[in-house]
Design a protein around this ligand. Structure first.
Ligand SMILES: Cc1cc2nc3c(=O)[nH]c(=O)nc-3n(C[C@H](O)[C@H](O)[C@H](O)COP(=O)(O)OP(=O)(O)OC[C@H]3O[C@@H](n4cnc5c(N)ncnc54)[C@H](O)[C@@H]3O)c2cc1C
Length: 469
């Protein structure tokens, strides 16, 4: 849709709502809000505002609705797909939720925490821990991403296998709608079958349907014991079989099951001097396994040793190392967590955050690897991820070619994702990056329903235009 040009005096009106100090309109001051951390997107804006509370957000949105001013909500700006960056027309308002960072309350009997959207994820985890509870969402950006951004992208992270995505952790939301009304949906209910569950419209909507200003989230008991292991395997098929037997044995105690290919491990060992090969011999595939329990003396180590021993006898694994201290567990996790940074240090690569049904992971990797190698014989395939969630980070590097072949690589990868009944965006969203691509992977009915929802909630299209749809 087309927008009318910004009205004179609009910035002064924003400033009157949030206060002069919280309305940034100079180029230098706006820069951190107009660029994404990966250096892929640069936008322009009328101003960046930093409201202090929900009423200020509602007033800002009403003003934007009256003047047809596009609004781009922003949390910690750690997103992967350019969802929080405005386009280059310069007529948008960036609405940064960072000042809305209060913990509104913790109810230990209901096991819930009520927080404002701008609370940094790590601060939320700390607040839960201070109350003797666990807020399980965890991702490498947790020191800077906000819960509003996590909800808006339905972030995944490392504990999805046990606790689910952010969507599964939310019980209620407070939202400012595109007309500037405040929807008070902050109920801490685990059962509420009273028609459409509206919160799910806004979770994962990437700011295109309204502004999340607060949330009620689930809390869990804190784990009191844990054990971490690294196992070497011959193939992804062996990893999927081992996942099945570990789940059968450990149930909900299995919290992480992460796949690491040989190429990934070599990248980490090359770029991070403190890291070491965990086994005497080199193996083609590995999994990082973590179990935890709320009982302090749970026999996790014995359980893991028994299962890994059986897997060794079956030939599912070739070797295994179980951490005997927290330091060793951290060292094993480092081999998984440093892969992205190691790959960045290696050079540009074409990233894919895809998911397929767990049972189809082995065939996907075999076929997609073969098709890419046939098309680009010197391609480097960096495959790792949350195999327990069917979510692979399947990144492709080509020496000396940067991102020049990205379109061809994407079309091969996404064709194999479709053939496997998968998704082209498992946890990062669509934003600007995959907005056009998604139209080739969803059915007309799906796209029509998404557009109908957008038209119903945001008829004038002011909420984060150009993202998702
Ligand atoms: C090192 C690193 C590791 C990461 N690991 C993971 C991972 O494991 N799993 C994963 O899922 N993601 C991961 N991410 C991506 C990113 O951290 C998540 O997408 C995160 O949820 C974004 O939160 P944010 O506050 O930074 O949101 P932003 O980047 O500011 O915004 C993201 C989107 O949400 C919208 N938005 C933000 N706040 C609101 C709000 N209050 N109301 C409405 N819309 C809003 C924005 O408009 C934008 O579309 C990683 C990022 C980095 C840098």
């Amino acid at each position: 849709m087309s927008f009318i040009p910004a009205k004179p005096g609009l910035v002064e009106q924003f400033s009157a709502i949030v206060g002069h100090a919280n309305c940034i309109a100079d180029d230098a001051g706006m820069q951190p809000y107009l660029n994404d951390w990966r250096g892929n997107y640069t936008g322009k804006a009328l101003a960046v505002v930093r409201p202090a509370n929900t009423d200020e957000v509602a007033e800002l949105v009403k003003l934007c609705a009256r003047t047809q001013t596009p609004i781009v909500p922003q949390g910690g700006n750690t997103g992967m797909v350019g969802g929080g960056i405005p386009d280059t027309r310069g007529n948008a308002l960036v609405l940064s939720l960072g000042r809305m960072n209060r913990i509104r309350g913790i109810d230990t009997e209901n096991n819930t925490i009520t927080v404002e959207a701008g609370v940094i994820l790590q601060a939320l985890q700390d607040a839960a821990m201070s109350a003797g509870r666990l807020f399980p969402l965890s991702l490498a950006a947790e020191g800077s991403c906000t819960i509003g951004g996590n909800l808006s992208t339905n972030a995944g992270g490392t504990a999805v296998l046990r606790y689910g995505n952010t969507r599964d952790l939310a019980l209620g939301l407070e939202v400012v709608t595109p007309s500037g009304d405040i929807w008070q949906g902050l109920k801490g209910l685990r059962k509420d079958n009273t028609g459409y569950d509206l919160k799910h419209c806004f979770i994962g909507a990437e700011g295109t349907l309204g502004i999340i200003t607060a949330a009620v989230l689930k809390l869990f008991p804190q784990p009191q014991s844990s054990v971490t292991a690294f196992a070497a395997l011959p193939s992804p098929q062996a990893a999927v079989e081992l996942l099945g037997s570990m789940r059968a044995a450990a149930g909900d105690r299995l919290v992480a099951f992460e796949l690491v290919s040989r190429v990934c491990l070599d990248l980490v060992l090359r770029h991070f001097p403190g890291t070491a090969e965990p086994f005497a011999e080199r193996h083609p595939w590995h999994v990082l396994i973590e179990l935890n329990d709320t009982m302090p003396d749970a026999p996790l180590q014995e359980m893991l040793e028994t299962e890994l021993g059986r897997a060794l006898e079956r030939g599912q694994i070739a070797d295994a190392a179980i951490a005997s201290s927290e330091g060793q567990a951290r060292a094993l996790w480092k081999l998984r967590e440093d892969i992205s940074e190691a790959q960045r240090l290696e050079g540009k690569n074409v990233k894919h955050d895809i998911s397929v049904p767990i049972s189809r992971i082995p065939a996907f990797i075999d076929k997609c690897d073969a098709a890419l190698i046939a098309a680009f014989p010197d391609i480097s395939l960096v495959c790792f991820g949350h195999v327990g969630d069917g979510n692979l980070h399947y990144n492709c590097g080509l020496p000396d070619q940067g991102l020049g072949k990205a379109d061809q690589i994407n079309s091969i990868v996404y064709a194999h994702v479709d053939e496997s009944g998968g998704s082209i965006s498992a946890e990062h969203g669509l934003g600007q990056l995959k907005r056009d691509e998604i139209t080739h992977h969803k059915t007309k009915i799906e796209l029509d329903m998404m557009r109908a929802l957008k038209r119903a909630l945001d008829p004038t299209g002011i909420m984060n235009p150009g993202k998702v749809l």
